[in-house]
Each structure stands twice: as C-alpha cells, then as structure tokens.
Design a protein around this ligand. Sequence first.
Ligand code: G4P
Length: 286
Amino acid sequence: MEENVSVQWFPGHMAKTRRKIRESLALVDTAAEIIDARIPQSSRNPEIDALIASKPRIVLMNKADIADPAENKKWIRWFEEQGIPALAVDCKTGAGLNRVLPAVRALLADKIAGWQQKGMTGRSVKIMVVGIPNVGKSSFINRMAKGDPAKVENRPGVTRSNQWFSLGKGFELLDTPGVLWPKFDDPQVGERLAFTGAVRDEILDAEQLAARLSWILWNEHRALLCARYKMTGSEQPLNGFELLELIARRRGMLISGGEADTERAANTVLEEFRAGKIGRITLECR
Ligand code: G4P
C-alpha cells in the first residue's frame, strides 16, 4: 500500500473567519452546514461544531447524486442520532432542495410559533450557509435563490462583505463569511479532499494521487473500477501505479514504443471519479 499523498495547504485566516462567523451567527436563526456526501467526515471543518453550537443546525449532504445511496441513508441516520436533521441533496440538478425549507421550518417550529404569538408575522427566517470550499455553497445559494439572487442591502449591523440572499417565502440566506478550511493536519483528510477535487490539482502530483485512488478503488470498489476500465478483476497489480498502467492499456493510452501513458490514465481516473462516472462511491462509510 502506498503512502498517503501529501497535500500542501493554504491555511488562510482561520482566526478572522472564526470571529466573522461568531458575529454573523448573532444575525441568523440557524445554520445550514453543507458537506460533500462522498466524504462526510473530511468535508467538515473541524471547528464547526464549536463554532455553531449556539444555533440549531441542519446538515445538507450535497453531491448525493454521485455518492452511494445506501451510505447517504446511513449518514443521514447517523446525523439524526446526533440530533442534527440531515438531507441528501444535489445542487447541480436541484434534487432534494424542495425539502430544505420545510426541514428548517420544522427545526425552528417553536421559535416561529413564538414570533407569531408576539405578532412578528413579517419576521423572515435567516439561515447562514457554512461549509468548506468546493462542497457546493454557491451552487446551493444559486439554486435556492433560483438563479437570481437578490441581495438584501443596508441591513443594520451587517458589513458589506456579508452576502445576504432573499429566497422569498420568508427566508433569507447569509453566505459563509470568510473561508472555512478543512482539517489541515490529517494526511488522510487531505488525500480524500484531493480525490474529490476540493484541492486544486496544480499543487498535487496527479499520477501519485490517481495511483493512490485507483488502489483504494481496486480494494474497496473493484467491480465498479473493473466495469469502467474493462478489467476482469483477476489482474494482479502490485500497486496503484501498475493499476494505472493497466487502465492506460485498456483505454489504448500509449506513448511511443507502446509504453502505457500513465499520466493520461491518471487524469482520466481523477476526472471520471470526480464526475461520478466510475460509480456512486462514498469514500467514508458509516
Ligand atoms: P463552493 O461554493 O462551496 O466552493 O462550491 P461550488 O458551488 O462552486 O461547487 C463546486 C463544484 O461542485 C462545482 O463543479 C459544482 O458544479 C459542483 N457541484 C455542486 N453541487 C453539486 C452536486 O450536488 N452534485 C454534483 N455532481 N456536483 C455538484 P466545478 O467542476 O467546479 O464547476 P462546473 O464544472 O460545474 O461549472
């Protein structure tokens, strides 16, 4: 088994983000935490629980369309066991998104009833969208705001950098203030974020990354890998690089002298995995 692929991180300004999130939390009723359904652990900011502990929260498992449906269900059950309502959604097509606002309404039922008792009928529900880069926050906001996000301007106490979006029907969204980074120090987390494309390819060795991913797929999802790359499953690669060679040959990716073009195969495997073409695969199973 190869070593984990080492990922170079750009930690950014977590302290500043932390402060901005705390300030913004005072302005919202709830937080919608968006995660990548293929890596429900690694796509969460490690500090998120502590940061948003003061607010009721809903988890949106995005990219559910390319994650294993059985695992989606198991993860939803797991979140619900932690007292956190969770939904599987696909912000690319919008599937599942019609359940988000009813779920938020249910989550805040007592609070909303309290507003009504006080005659605060015009009070809209404010939701803060949080999530690490690339989980689909912009896609979510664009979908929910129906492609025409109307920004709410000049709200007292809100700095210009805070992005508000009106959803109509008494709901407003606030985008994550600042960048919520994933966990930097765990190489396995970095590797999984790289597999799913959350980490930019320019800072990684694609061949090493694809070799590692192929090896994991060979060991854990062999039938899907073999179906995609026309292998029988009885091949005996010794490592991920040999697998890439096999894949290159099956796809006719050869360079002069008949050598396997493993660089091309690597890019193909990464691209196809990220697009869900190898199958609906969850890398972190419950
Ligand atoms: P962010 O704001 O959290 O950084 O994420 P963003 O919405 O930019 O989405 C990151 C990538 O994930 C985009 O792909 C987007 O299309 C894709 N994506 C978002 N939601 C879903 C989903 O539910 N399912 C699938 N399959 N993909 C999703 P991209 O390749 O960066 O851009 P593009 O090629 O789609 O334009």
